[in-house]
Ligand binder design. Structure first.
Ligand code: FE
Ligand code: FE
Ligand code: ZN
Length: 290
């Protein structure tokens, strides 16, 4: 199996999945991730079966496996805050049914921020919400993302993610998404990724790892900032990221870039080329701007 690499793409109301696939192909990717609507609000257009079918056909023709495609849940959902319990549950259920309609089976979700309620209460709220949302008929795996620990974010370390998973009734509906920028900012040294994987395996279990977001970071280890940087020009650097991307133990897991646009231009084609070549492009920014 070769490298499974893609990036965040748009999901526009006119073109939907078909447009997302075309965008991914334009970057030379073999997978992708998208939001089904604006992440910061609740406006959603109905999923078009025509656009979905056109997209699936295009994927089939270009060897993109639906199993490797990821949806990111809107970050307006904060399951750690029980004041919004009814809204959270309703909106997340709706989001899951949209994702199921498209046929994607991985939904990345930020665990949430406890907003002063405390970590334990936040984790309890996340568990209660997920146990209400997930049923035996749920056809997606909700992948909790490892977070940078900005503000009161939960999921700053593997123990917090593990505590959430421990409380989930239907454990086959839950997974984890690692984010390299977030790990760095949370205090993990990506220079020793084997050690991180060992720790993940002993605390959570490697079988729970479903997605990896590959991002460089604008900030140093432990900064708790969460500001993504283009591959190779941040504080993590190209060599460490390449080792993670090509790590044998996580070979089959989709790698998704969420690096920033450069002056309005997507960086993904150039970043993917550089990753495939395993050689840092000194002219990355110039090439993106060309
Ligand atoms: Fe995220
Ligand atoms: Fe991420
Ligand atoms: Zn982030």
């Amino acid at each position: 199996m070769s490298l499974i690499i893609g990036q965040h793409v748009s999901f526009k109301k006119e073109d939907q999945l078909e447009g997302s696939v075309l965008e991914a192909l334009s970057y030379g990717a073999n997978t992708f991730m998208f939001y089904t609507g604006a992440p910061q609000n609740t406006a959603r257009v109905p999923i078009s079966s025509e656009k979905t079918n056109n997209g699936l056909k295009l994927m089939n023709e270009n060897n993109i496996d639906l199993d490797n495609v990821v949806v990111h849940a809107p970050y307006i959902i904060n399951l750690a805050n029980s004041n919004n319990f009814d809204f959270n549950v309703r909106f997340l259920k709706e989001e899951i049914s949209r994702v199921e309609k498209i046929g994607v089976n991985k939904l990345v979700l930020h665990p949430g921020s406890h907003v002063g309620l405390g970590v334990d209460t936040g984790i309890k709220n996340i568990i209660d919400s997920l146990n209400t949302v997930l049923t035996k008929d749920t056809n997606v795996i909700v992948c909790l993302e490892t977070m940078a620990g900005k503000g009161t974010e939960i999921g700053r370390n593997f123990n917090e993610i593990k505590s959430i998973i421990d409380g989930i009734n239907l454990k086959d509906k839950i997974g984890v998404c690692m984010d390299t920028c977030h790990l760095n900012d949370a205090g993990y040294d990506l220079g020793d990724f084997d050690k991180i994987l060992d720790e993940f395996d002993s605390i959570i279990g490697l079988n729970y790892l479903k997605v990896i977001h590959i991002n460089d970071s604008k900030n140093i280890i432990g900064s708790h900032k969460d500001r993504h940087e283009n591959i190779g020009i941040g504080k993590i650097g190209f060599d460490k990221l390449i080792k993670i991307i090509y790590c044998e133990k996580i070979k089959g897991i989709p790698k998704i870039l969420e690096t920033p646009y450069v002056e309005g231009k997507p960086p993904y084609k150039q970043e993917i080329e550089m990753i495939r070549a395993k050689k840092f492009n000194e002219n990355l920014i110039d090439d993106i701007l060309k």
